[in-house]
Design a protein around this ligand. Structure first.
Ligand code: ARG
Length: 294
């Protein structure tokens, strides 16, 4: 299995690790995937045991899983996101486009379900999953231990980091310089979480409902810095005069899809679909459409 890193450090790290431990190394990944796939195929359909090729048995498995899936709305796969996060999800005319939107569409396609995307506030995504109104979330969502208390995460599909955006010529030159400053974040994100930790040291956190609003506040001098994920940071800075991204990352993170805790059937189906998309090179192709290596 190949892992491709673009110059922007986004890796479509996949995902064939059926063990579900995010960020685990690639050692024996393929082997683990094959073993699990075979075991699941057997459980779902003993007759499928004789399938001669790996590809055929994987496909049978995904379809079998899809047949048993109960979703929030029959025949549909309801995804929640917050479409204020280019290049992962954003509005283009009436449509929600981006890496997550396209991966989600490919997953729904594999499961034979119609994808419905709901655009809501980022901090409402987990409650929406917990209530069962939506089936899954893809929102450039970072896997964290705290979130794992409420949702189950798929295998990770991208690497990310929190970056610091400042005005050109700012005296903030490393993340350590944020102490005592006014820092803008998107409410409920990991950026919010990390900067909130600095409050004890005298940092003030300004929470915005959209990341781009935080960036606008920065360019108007209302905040001293913005902490946000690297890829949206690149997009926002390219759209705004006079801003720069610091070299040092605040944290390293990984993105995954999330389902309601205990929805193993859907989680397995998503992981299988992701693995198939990765093997077919489709994940790389989707990422390459939105992120060009420097
Ligand atoms: N990766 C960060 C987090 O999980 C930010 C995600 C924001 N996503 C969005 N679609 N607005 O907290």
């Amino acid at each position: 299995m190949k892992k491709k890193l673009t110059a922007l450090t986004l890796a479509v790290a996949m995902a064939a690790t059926m063990a579900g431990c995010s960020g685990s190394g690639s050692q024996a990944e393929t082997e683990a995937a094959e073993t699990t796939a075979a075991a699941e195929t057997e459980a779902a359909d003993p007759a499928a045991e004789d399938e001669s090729t790996e590809a055929a048995s994987e496909e049978a498995e995904t379809e079998a899983a899809a047949g048993e899936l109960k979703t929030a709305q029959e025949g549909k796969l309801v995804m929640v996101t917050n479409a204020e996060f280019p290049p992962y999800e954003y509005h283009e005319g009436d449509e929600i486009v981006g890496i997550d939107a396209e991966i989600a569409a490919a997953i729904a396609d594999k499961l034979g379900l119609e994808l419905v995307i709901e655009d809501i506030a980022f901090d409402s995504i987990i409650p929406e999953l917990v209530s069962g109104k939506a089936d899954f979330a893809m929102a450039g969502m970072t896997v964290t231990d705290e979130r794992k208390q409420s949702v189950d995460f798929s295998n990770t599909y991208a690497k990310a980091s929190q970056k610091v955006i400042v005005q050109e010529g700012s005296d903030i030159t490393t993340p350590d310089d944020l102490t005592g400053k006014i820092v803008g974040v998107q409410l409920g994100t990991t950026g919010d979480l990390y900067v909130t930790d600095l409050e004890a040291e005298g940092t003030t956190v300004e929470r915005f409902s959209k990341g781009f609003e935080a960036v606008q506040a920065l360019s108007q001098g209302k905040v001293d810095a913005v902490v946000i994920d690297e890829q949206p940071a690149q997009v926002f800075v390219s759209q705004t005069e006079g801003l720069v991204i610091l070299d040092d990352s605040f944290t390293d993170e990984e993105y995954a899809a999330a389902v309601k805790k205990g929805n193993t059937a859907l989680l397995n189906a998503i992981n299988d679909a992701l693995a198939e998309l990765d093997e077919a090179g489709e994940l790389d192709a989707i990422v390459a459409k939105y992120i060009t290596a420097e």
